[in-house]
Design a protein around this ligand. Structure first.
Ligand SMILES: Nc1ncnc2c1ncn2[C@@H]1O[C@H](COP(=O)(O)OP(=O)(O)OP(=O)(O)O)[C@@H](O)[C@H]1O
Length: 298
């Protein structure tokens, strides 16, 4: 099922806190989204609106043009995985999966059992005996096996060892080939997850400061190093992400579409041009106030 998720002029207030500010976003079906932003940027607030945990203060959040909030018909279409504790839950993991299967129309028990084997999780254990990492793995199994057209993982991988996280990334890609859906991954592991991501959204202080596809972001993040005057002349028209003085020269990181002729000319003038790592672009774009006024949209 194709699920188009749309935010139109969405604001969210918690009392005096304006957590989301005029959000306009379209999540296209069958794409894998990476959601980034510093602590308190509004990521969980945005995701909780998709999961219908709360109602926007103004604006609309729709799935295939139907309002999501308190819409029981749409409940099976969204599955939200977030770090949670099972401390007071004495059910065995297998039983929890059976309960989930009863409530989730797309849930695939065979797939859940395969995943438990793959991730070496004992489903006969009560979930309250799971370590933090095991609880995370259990949540991932639920999220994948629920097969909801919109599946959200909000930092669900915290506490899970790196090799197991990698297993999860591989599984997610396989699953996307088998049964495409919209995945939204909120993560601080930009470098190890970037190969999964097709679309990137960056929030800063409740606003969308970047929404672009991964490939364009990679091509737009450029570092120019060399004689300070020439570097400044070339980088001036673009958004400066970072500047570093290097003796008589300097290195400037910019975000923008610099024409290839300009870059060629710069190389001829003795400047060193290199592409920024995805992780560095994200870090610079989320680093603070100075970039918040610029919005990058396709
Ligand atoms: N229940 C709440 N009551 C009051 N303020 C809240 C509540 N939940 C979130 N906020 C505030 O809303 C803003 C956005 O918080 P949110 O949890 O969405 O950010 P986040 O990007 O998910 O942060 P983190 O990476 O730390 O989880 C913050 O200023 C936060 O303090």
């Amino acid at each position: 099922m194709k699920a188009e998720l749309e935010f139109k002029q969405v604001n969210l207030h918690y009392g005096p806190v304006h957590a989301l500010k005029n959000i306009n976003l379209v999540f296209r079906p069958h794409k894998i989204y990476g959601l980034f932003g510093r602590n308190g940027a509004g990521k969980t607030s945005l995701l909780s609106l998709i999961a219908s945990f709360q109602k926007p203060s103004s604006g609309t959040v729709t799935l295939n043009e139907e309002t999501l909030f308190e819409n029981a018909r749409l409940t099976p279409f969204v599955y939200f995985v977030y770090p949670r504790s099972f401390e007071t839950d004495y059910h065995k993991a297998k039983r929890k999966l059976e309960i989930l299967a009863r409530h989730r129309v797309y849930f695939d028990m065979g797939y859940a059992l395969d995943l438990a084997d793959k991730f070496k999780l004992d489903l006969n254990s009560p979930v309250n005996t799971f370590s933090k990492g095991m609880a995370g793995i259990f949540q991932i199994i639920c999220g994948l096996a629920a097969r909801a057209p919109v599946t959200i993982f909000d930092e669900a991988y915290l506490g899970i060892d790196e090799p197991v996280r990698k297993l999860f990334y591989d599984e997610l890609l396989d699953e996307q080939t088998r049964l495409p859906r919209t995945f939204i991954l909120s993560t601080r592991f930009a470098s190890e997850m970037e190969h999964l991501l097709e679309e990137i959204i960056v929030l800063s202080e409740g606003k969308v400061v970047l929404h672009d596809d991964y490939t364009s972001i990679i091509s737009k993040g450029i570092s120019v190093t060399g004689d300070a005057e020439i570097v400044d002349a070339i980088t001036k028209p673009y958004e400066i992400l970072n500047e570093e003085r290097l003796g008589t020269g300097k290195s400037v990181a910019v975000y923008g579409e610099i024409p290839s002729e300009t870059l060629q000319q710069a190389r001829k003038s003795g400047l060193r041009i290199s592409t920024l790592r995805f992780q560095d672009v994200i870090t610079q774009l989320t680093k603070g106030e100075e970039h918040n006024e610029t919005e990058h949209r396709r």
